[in-house]
Design a protein around this ligand. Structure first.
Ligand code: SF4
Ligand code: SF4
Length: 297
């Protein structure tokens, strides 16, 4: 049975990051595309719609997007967030995220990085911009532990790139766009979005609103490596969790390693996953305190 034929009832949870037309309709072609599937598309300065997609774009920024853009612009995350993003909610998981700010009072104007010659941060443009005109969907089937990624073709009326005579496979397009590093570094974050969506779908404990401090922590890990580093090194974090000394050393300068730890910590806090280990003595004290609170001897 192919993926496109698989009954919808086998799907436990599916998250899709793509675009919607202003009238709410979806320009997504309902065919799941895998690596060797081919499609027709080319974007270059000669297309009549050049830069059209960089106006009023709906770009949710992943943690790695922010890291790369900060490096490109020589900004610290806080300054980048203030200048170039707006706070938003990633609705299916009801989690706070940052989106790229678009110009104009109603957000339909140009992206801050677009010029006549194209994108000024092209080498470090966000994953959503790289993937376009593909949407990325992550699906977890019932009874399966692992998730699968698929692509869908997004055909918006204004985009003439689909009329160009250039055929390529999904794998070729992904390699040209350099999305692999984005998928790799963001994997833990995507897992969290996926799990939260799943919890909400089945009415689990997170079907209710997350407590504001937890939302704040998720946003901090997702957007600001400086704040995350302060959290790790300037609070009791390292007294509480068992982290290998070599890793601790690396966390001082390696932002990608710090993000991976942040995602593991969120998974532990949100879903009680054993992604990070509490120190034996801390655990012992916590159990003793819980027993005392319950009046046990
Ligand atoms: S970051 Fe670059 S590619 Fe993405 S919307 Fe802005 S100008 Fe366009
Ligand atoms: S609308 Fe499509 S073809 Fe036109 S510039 Fe954007 S991606 Fe390229």
């Amino acid at each position: 049975m192919t993926d496109t034929q698989r009954p919808k009832t086998d799907v436990e949870v599916e998250i899709f990051d793509g675009v919607r037309a202003p009238d709410g309709s979806s320009p997504v072609e309902p065919v799941r595309l895998k690596g060797q599937d081919r499609f027709n598309f080319s974007c270059h300065r000669g297309v009549s719609c050049w830069n059209a997609c960089c106006h009023g774009a709906d770009v949710t920024l992943s943690p790695y997007d922010i890291l790369r853009l900060c490096r490109n612009l020589g900004l610290r995350p806080r300054e980048f967030l203030e200048r170039y993003t707006v706070p938003a909610v990633w609705e299916r998981a009801d989690l706070p995220v940052a989106k790229l700010k678009m110009g104009g009072d109603d957000g339909t104007g140009p992206c801050a990085f677009v010029t006549e010659d194209g994108c000024t941060v092209y080498e470090d443009r966000p994953a959503t911009c790289r993937y376009y005109p593909l949407g990325l969907a992550t699906v977890k089937m019932k009874g399966h532990q692992t998730v699968e990624d698929f692509h869908f073709l997004v055909k918006e009326a204004h985009c003439r790139g689909h009329d160009e005579d250039h055929r390529q496979s999904i794998d070729q397009f992904r390699a040209e766009q350099g999305v692999e590093a984005y998928d790799r570094v963001n994997r833990g974050w995507m897992d969290i979005l996926m799990k939260m969506t799943s919890w909400r779908t089945v009415g689990g404990p997170f079907g209710r609103d997350l407590a504001p401090p937890t939302r704040k922590m998720f946003y901090m890990v997702s957007t600001d490596v400086d704040a995350l580093r302060r959290f790790v090194f300037e609070t009791r974090f390292l007294d509480i969790y068992e982290i290998d000394p070599d890793v601790v050393d690396r966390l001082k300068t390696d932002d990608e390693a710090l993000l991976a730890l942040g995602f593991d910590w969120l998974k532990n806090v949100l879903f009680n996953e054993r992604t990070i280990t509490m120190k034996e003595a801390v655990l012992h004290d916590a159990v003793a305190k819980a027993r005392e609170d319950m009046g046990a001897t």
